[in-house]
Design a protein around this ligand. Sequence first.
Ligand SMILES: C[S@@+](CC[C@H](N)C(=O)[O-])C[C@H]1O[C@@H](n2cnc3c(N)ncnc32)[C@H](O)[C@@H]1O
Length: 217
Amino acid sequence: MAPLEKRLAILLDWCRSYRIVADIGSGQGRLARALAHQGHRVLATEKTVSGWQELVQYTKTFEQIDPILGDGLKPLLAMDVAIDVAVVAGMGPRAIERIVQQDSQFRRIPAFIVQPMQGLFRMRRYLKNESWFVRQADLVQEHGKLYGMWWVERNADNGAGLFSEWFPSEFLDSPLYPQLIRSRLAQLNQSLGHHTAQCPMWDDWQRERNALLTTLR
Ligand SMILES: C[S@@+](CC[C@H](N)C(=O)[O-])C[C@H]1O[C@@H](n2cnc3c(N)ncnc32)[C@H](O)[C@@H]1O
C-alpha cells in the first residue's frame, strides 16, 4: 500500500490504544486497511451502494474489516457491538456533525476522531458546544491546505480537557499554529468589514479577534 497521507497517519496513530474502530465514510478503505495492519477490528462504512461495492473490493483480503452499507453510524448502532472509537474524516463539517449527532441520544460511542476538509473553526465550535473533551488535536498541511483534527472523548479521563473559549489552545504546540491564527484573523477581519455592529455575531467576532491577537504576541 502507498504511504498514508499525513492526516491519515495521525488518525491511525491516535487509534493505537483502541480495539474496535469504526471508520465512517471509509472511501476506498485506505485508513481501514492501515488499521487492520495495526491489529484493530474495523467496521468500515459507506453510504452509497456503489461506494460500498468499491470498499468491498479494496478490503476483501482483510478479514479484520467489515465493510458495511449505510448512513453514518446508523447501521453500527443497530448492531450488537461495542465500538471503542469512531473516525469520521475527509468530509465537510456539517456532514461530520450530523454523523456524530446520530449517537447523541444513546451515547454508545465513548470517543470520536474527526477531521473535516474545511470549516475548521465551525467544527471546533460544534465540539466545544456539545461538551466534548479534547484528548489530542493536531494540524497538518497537505496540498497547500491546512487541516485540523481532534480526538475527543465523552469523559475527561486520560488527560482529556475542556476546549478553551476564544482561541484554539489545543493547537498551540503545532508549528502551524501561527499560520492558522493568521488565516482566522483574515476571515474575522473580512466578516467584521462586511457587517455592522447590529449583526448578532459582531461581539463574538470582536472578542475572538482580540483573543487571537494576544496569542500571536
Ligand atoms: C472524501 S471521502 C474520505 C475517505 C476517507 N474517510 C478519508 O478521510 O480519506 C468521503 C467518503 O465519505 C462517504 N460518506 C459521506 N457521507 C457519509 C455518510 N453519511 N455515511 C457514510 N459514508 C459517507 C462518501 O461516500 C465518501 O466515500
